[in-house]
Design a protein around this ligand. Structure first.
Ligand code: ADP
Ligand code: ASP
Ligand code: MG
Length: 410
């Protein structure tokens, strides 16, 4: 008897009807002889609403209590999923993060998984129960409620699959797999049968929210077999209808570019005329790091008089206000701090880039042909990202998708 973890995202549990349909898939897996752990998101829109409540109280709210508020959406769907399974005569019990316990670090609002106690869950499974776990939530070593960052239920599911040594982790969502780009932006995007962990990690971290980045990181590290599939089609995970995220050496045909990602969760900060001397970058980025704010793209340019530099970098939009406050408190020596939230990061990703030249040139030429201005560029071995004005994001994605010939074969 093999153990699988199945996760249903927000749109897949958006109302009681959909929860019942998701439960039917679980029932089919159980009847096929699997032990099943179900991870559920909050009903779609609920987490946004809960975040909104916190922001209404204060945009600088305390993150411990933010976690208490926003983790509550998943509790509701976990209970409802268990109830829906009972209707089919399936023994099911919900397990909140603290009951497992699903331990995380103290980085509230984007905590990292540290340790998952499997004893109780395994006992439940041995008794023939389905264990239903609310995604997104954990408990810190100080016994406070934590959450894993937006989209974190994917990470809950993969981390549980790794801890329980599950045969597979199926991520049910509202698309039937991973595509060459967001199919909602480019209807002609092509579904990939397989994608490497490395590419999926880049696409996810660059804005393809179909999987949370950390879930891919954990799957890669622990070799979790990960499938993305639709909750709205008839097939179940064991039919293997979705996209498999696999090791690079398992991919038969490497594509030059596998996908295009569009990240809108970006904000740009520019420090004008920062002193050009050793230690300045550290003075800027250390306090940001200590405040748990991730900095992404960075460019630094010497000013024309050679006396100082302009420093531009990006942070996630949700962190912008906090980042500006941290910089102000750090009393960085500079003329002015500017910020802009109307930016988007567009990236092309592909392992084939490692061995082929000309990918970047094609990107810049294609964007220039549409008059799209590039504000910042960053690259890694398998990706090139550019920061552009947000209004041009969709045009840029469509343009690049066709420039690299990624459309569905006619
Ligand atoms: P869930 O609520 O199930 O977690 P998400 O909304 O987080 O679902 O992720 C699924 C969405 O990801 C899709 O509806 C799609 O618009 C978006 N998406 C972005 N990039 C891609 C891609 N390359 N392939 C598939 N979906 C993508
Ligand atoms: N409900 C959380 C969110 O909306 C976690 C998730 O759905 O993955 O971010
Ligand atoms: Mg998601």
């Amino acid at each position: 008897m093999s153990l699988i973890v199945v996760k249903f995202g927000g749109t897949s549990v958006a109302d009681v009807d959909k929860i019942e349909r998701a439960a039917e898939k679980v029932v089919r897996e159980v009847r096929a002889g699997h032990q099943v752990v179900v991870v559920v998101s909050a009903m779609s829109g609920v987490t946004n609403q809960l975040v909104g409540y916190c922001n209404e109280v204060s945009t600088m709210h305390d993150l411990y209590e933010y976690d208490v508020v926003v983790s509550s959406g998943e509790q509701v769907t976990a209970g409802l999923m268990a109830l829906a399974l009972h209707k089919h005569g399936i023994a099911a019990r919900s397990w909140l993060g603290w009951q497992i316990p699903f331990k995380t670090d103290e980085m509230h609002s984007k905590a990292r998984v540290r340790d998952i106690e499997t004893k109780h869950l395994l006992e439940a499974l041995e008794k023939g129960e389905v264990a239903v776990v609310p995604g997104f939530q954990g408990v810190t070593f100080n016994n406070r409620i934590s959450t894993l960052g937006r989209g974190g239920s994917d990470t809950s599911a993969v981390a549980l699959a790794a801890a329980l040594k599950a045969e597979r982790c199926d991520i049910y969502t509202d698309v039937d797999g991973v595509y060459t780009t967001d199919p909602r932006i480019v209807p002609g995007a092509r579904k990939l049968k397989t994608i490497s962990f490395e590419e999926m990690m880049e696409l996810a971290s660059l804005g393809a929210k179909v999987l949370q980045t950390r879930s891919v990181e954990i799957a890669m590290k622990h070799g979790v077999a990960l499938q993305v599939l639709s909750s709205f089609e008839d097939a179940i995970g064991s039919d293997m209808p979705g996209t498999l995220v696999v090791r690079e050496d398992k991919i038969m045909e490497e594509e030059l570019v596998s996908g295009i990602a569009c990240g809108r969760d970006e904000a740009k900060i520019t420090l004008l005329r920062v002193a050009d001397k050793p230690g300045v970058a550290s003075a800027v980025f250390t306090p940001l790091g200590e405040a748990g704010i991730n900095v992404d793209m960075i460019v630094q340019n010497i000013t024309s008089d050679g006396q100082s530099t302009d420093m531009t970098f990006t942070v996630s939009r949700a962190d912008l206000e906090r980042a500006l406050k941290v910089l102000k408190d750090a009393k960085i020596e500079c003329d002015e701090i500017r910020s802009a939230a109307n930016v988007a990061k567009i990236s092309v990703v592909g392992v084939g880039m490692k061995s082929h030249a000309g990918v970047a040139q094609k990107m810049f030429t294609a964007l220039a042909s549409k008059g799209i201005n590039i504000q910042v560029i960053s690259t890694s071995e398998i990706k090139i990202s550019v920061l552009i004005e947000e209004d041009y994001a969709e045009l840029a994605v469509r343009t690049l998708h066709s420039a690299y010939g990624l459309e569905e074969a006619a």
